[in-house]
Design a protein around this ligand. Structure first.
Ligand code: GLU
Length: 476
C-alpha cells in the first residue's frame, strides 16, 4: 500500500503546471488565468435505440481561448468524466502551443462503451451529440474544432462533419469544423498515422543528440533498441510499426487490456495487429509468450517504454519497479505526478505527452488549413517541381554519356528525384519539421537552465511562456 496519495488526472496536470510556473516569472493573476479551465459544458441527451430511450452524458471542455479555434479530440469511453476531459483540455492548450499550431485547448468526451453498439446506433448517438455541441458553437470551424481520440476515428468525424454541414448549409468552410475525417469527406493523407508517426519522429530527434541519450544511459541509434509498447490502438500500432519496420527497433513486448506478449526475440507487430483486428483480443495469439497480467510487462527490461493507452498506468504502485531508462508518453497522462517524481529521482528520462503525441494535432492543423484553402497540398507546384528536376536530370544524363564508364547516376536516383512531392510526403515533411523544432526548443531549456532537470518541465515552460505571451499581447 503506497503511503502517498495518488492525485486525480486533473490534479496531476495541475501539479506539473505548478512545478513549471514556480520556475517562471509570471504575475499570479496571469498564472491563474492560464491554469484554470475556462468552461466545461455537460450535456445529457436521449436517443431512442432498440425500442427504448437511452440517456447519454457528454462533455466539451474549453481550457484556454488565447487562440481560436480551440482544438482537441472527442473520446468515447465508459470512464469519461469531467475531471478527465478538463485535464485533457489543459494538455491540448500546452500541446498546441508547443508545436505552434494556432489553437487554444479543448477536449470532449462521451460516456459510452462503443463496443456495445452497432454502427447504425453509433451514428444516431454521434449525430445527436454533435447536434447538441454544434448548436452552441462548441463545434465550429472558427471556434472549436474536434478530432478523433480514444474510441473514435474517421467514421465518427465524417458523421460530425455531415451533421455540421446539414445545420450550416451555406457555410463554405463547413468541412473545417472537425479534423481527422476520411479523405472523401475532406480529410488529409497521413492523419490516421500522424500521432504514431510523430512518436517515431520524436524518438529519431532524441537519438540525434548525444547528450540526451547519455542522460538515459543509451547510445547509438534506434537500430536494435528493445521496445515495449502498451496499447495497440491507432497510436501504439503505428508507432511500433514504423519504429520496427523503418528504424530497425525490436518490439519485445506488447501490452493490451486483456493480456500481454513478451518475446525477447522481438514480435511481429503486423501479425499481432491482424490477429487483434480479427479476434478483438490479444489472447490466443502466441501462448508461449502470453502473460495474463499484461500490465506487469511495463516493469520488464527494455530500452524504451511506450505507454500508448490510458492515463495513470504508471503510478505510485508500480513506478519504483519500472526498468526502462527512457519512456515516451504516446498516451495523454500515462504517468501520474507521483510516479513522475519517483522516476525522475531514479534518473529515468521521460519524453512528455504534450510533445510526444503532438503529431495528431499537428496534422489536424494541416487538414484544417487544407479545408479552409479548399485545395490539396502540392496541387499547384508538384508538376512544376518535376519539370525543374527534369532539367537537372537531362544535364546529368548528358554528363553520364560524356564520362562513359568513369561515372554514372546511382540506379534509382533519377526516378526518386524526378517525382514531385505528393500530399502525404508534404504532410510527413511538415510533421517531421514540427517535431524537430519543438524538441529543440525544449532541449534548449532542459540543458540551458540550471533549475530545469527534466524534459517535462522544459516542455511546460516553453508552452506556458508562449501562452503567456499571447495573453499579454491581448493586454491581459
Ligand atoms: N485527440 C488527439 C490529441 O489528444 C488529437 C487532437 C486534434 O487533432 O485536435 O492530441
Amino acid at each position: 500500500m503506497a503511503a502517498q496519495k495518488e492525485p486525480g488526472f486533473r490534479e496531476s496536470v495541475n501539479l506539473m503546471f505548478n512545478r513549471a510556473v514556480a520556475l517562471m516569472d509570471l504575475s499570479p493573476g496571469l498564472e491563474e488565468k492560464i491554469r484554470v479551465c475556462n468552461a466545461t459544458y455537460t450535456v445529457r441527451f436521449g436517443v431512442r435505440l432498440r425500442g427504448k430511450l437511452h440517456t447519454f452524458t457528454g462533455y466539451r471542455s474549453v481550457h484556454s481561448e488565447h487562440m481560436e479555434p480551440v482544438k482537441g479530440g472527442i473520446r468515447y469511453a465508459p470512464t469519461v468524466n469531467q475531471d478527465e476531459v478538463e485535464a485533457l483540455a489543459a494538455l491540448m492548450t500546452f500541446k498546441c502551443a508547443l508545436v505552434e499550431t494556432p489553437f487554444g485547448g479543448s477536449k470532449g468526451g462521451l460516456c459510452i462503451d462503443p463496443r456495445e453498439y452497432d454502427e447504425y446506433e453509433l451514428e444516431q448517438i454521434t449525430r445527436r451529440f454533435a447536434y447538441e455541441l454544434i448548436k452552441r458553437d462548441l463545434i465550429n470551424p472558427a471556434q472549436n474544432v474536434p478530432a478523433p481520440d480514444m474510441g473514435t476515428g474517421e467514421r465518427e468525424m465524417a458523421w460530425i462533419a455531415d451533421q455540421y454541414a446539414r445545420m450550416h448549409t451555406t457555410d463554405i468552410n463547413a468541412r473545417a469544423c472537425v479534423t481527422g475525417k476520411p479523405l472523401d469527406s475532406g480529410g488529409i493523407h497521413g492523419r490516421v498515422e500522424a500521432t504514431g508517426r510523430g512518436v517515431q519522429y520524436a524518438l529519431q530527434e532524441f537519438f540525434r543528440h548525444e547528450d540526451d541519450k547519455k542522460e538515459a544511459g543509451l547510445s547509438g541509434d534506434l537500430e536494435g533498441k528493445r521496445i515495449i509498447v502498451q496499447g495497440l490502438g491507432n497510436v501504439g500500432y503505428h508507432a511500433a510499426k514504423f519504429l520496427s519496420e523503418e528504424d530497425g527497433a525490436k518490439i519485445v513486448g506488447v501490452i493490451e487490456r486483456d493480456g500481454g506478449i513478451l518475446d525477447p526475440e522481438g514480435v511481429d507487430i503486423e501479425k499481432i495487429h491482424a490477429w487483434m483486428q480479427k479476434h478483438g483480443t490479444i489472447r490466443g495469439y502466441a501462448d508461449t509468450h502470453f502473460r495474463e497480467d499484461g500490465a506487469s510487462l511495463l516493469e520488464e527490461e527494455c530500452d524504451i517504454l511506450i505507454p500508448a493507452a490510458l492515463e495513470g498506468v504508471i503510478n505510485l504502485s508500480n513506478a519504483k519497479r519500472i526498468k526502462a531508462p527512457l519512456i515516451i508518453e504516446a498516451a495523454n497522462g500515462p504517468i501520474t505526478a507521483g510516479a513522475d517524481e519517483i522516476l525522475r529521482h531514479k534518473g529515468t528520462v521521460i519524453i512528455p505527452d504534450l510533445y510526444a503525441n503532438a503529431g495528431g494535432v499537428t496534422v489536424s492543423y494541416f487538414e484544417w488549413v487544407k479545408n479552409l484553402s479548399h485545395i490539396r497540398f502540392g496541387r499547384l507546384q508538384r508538376r512544376q517541381e518535376e519539370a525543374r528536376h527534369r532539367l537537372l536530370i537531362n544535364e546529368l544524363e548528358r554528363l553520364d554519356r560524356y564520362l562513359g564508364d568513369a561515372w554514372s547516376m546511382t540506379p534509382d536516383f533519377k526516378e526518386k528525384y524526378l517525382r514531385g512531392a505528393d500530399e502525404l510526403e508534404l504532410v510527413r515533411s511538415g510533421l517531421d519539421d514540427t517535431m524537430r523544432e519543438a524538441y529543440q526548443a525544449i532541449r534548449e531549456v532542459w540543458h540551458g537552465r540550471e533549475d530545469v532537470h527534466d524534459l517535462r518541465m522544459a516542455a511546460y515552460i516553453v508552452s506556458i511562456d508562449r501562452v503567456a505571451r499571447s495573453y499579454r499581447s491581448k493586454g491581459l
